[in-house]
Design a protein around this ligand. Sequence first.
Ligand code: C5P
Length: 304
Amino acid sequence: MGNVLPEVRVRVPAKVNLSLAVGPADGSGYHQLATVFQALSLYDDIQASSTEPGTYRLSFRGEGAAFLPTDDTNLAIRAAKLLARRFDVRHSGVQLMIRKRIPVAGGMAGGSADAAGVLVACNELWGLGASQEELLELGAELGADVPFLLVGGTALGTERGDVVMPVLARGEYFWTLALSHSGLSTPSVFNEFDTLEAAPLDPVVSEDLTTALAQGDVPAVGAALQNDLTQAAISLQPILSNILQIGLDAGALGGLISGSGPTCAFLSDSATRAEAIAEELSIFSGVRAVRCAHGPVAGAHVVS
Ligand code: C5P
């Protein structure tokens, strides 16, 4: 175990699922997935400061900060405590301040991103020297999306989505994100999926998507975007179908609900087009806010 640092800053991206194929649930209620994640330039920033041993404190600033729990139910605190327990950390605690930009309960893995960022931050702060493999293993214990947020880029996720393998993705992808007035709970969307649909036994990512990514053919990626949770999310928030239509009518190369929603994500091949789509979406009263971002970007990383 190395020296404790006074402070570490970590930046962690949001994710969008370019494809989300959902299979049957296992005994614990988790579903078998085949998904392609992409990390986007919409970031939460984490400041971790060392404090008295045994102390774990958390505060939030920014988007939705007032609504987030800061006790042991928060995945960020659980990440710090899990790392401390696993590495028997007795020489320091941590004070965490997270500046949120990733929408809360938005299908962009905001909570999982914070957990991934905290693992990276505390590993550095406490001088633990844990490897990426060790962090990925701890990440998977915290939540299915956490390993991808450690890796970033564009990657295939299998099993619960927590077994992550980079995929070849050329090109740059510009996204317009339409944020909803209210969030959706991931378990409720998966429950709705179980009620509405018969899941295939073996979910797969389409070859059209992997080929388009390998060629950096952004229009073909747009045409291959796919999310099995679409009907479930629309059934819980019917306005999402209007939002999807508005983005497509505005000239997006493709659009879909991000993960379990309700954020809708629209793909463009330029920042200019993404901004024009954002303008069209922002005048619809069913959209709370719009954001533009690009991908792929790096996973959770220390910033100086
Ligand atoms: O792993 P995480 O805590 O992010 O998952 C939240 C919820 O989403 C799970 O409790 C489960 O209801 C649902 N889920 C699922 N199958 C997955 C991932 C998540 O059913 N592969």
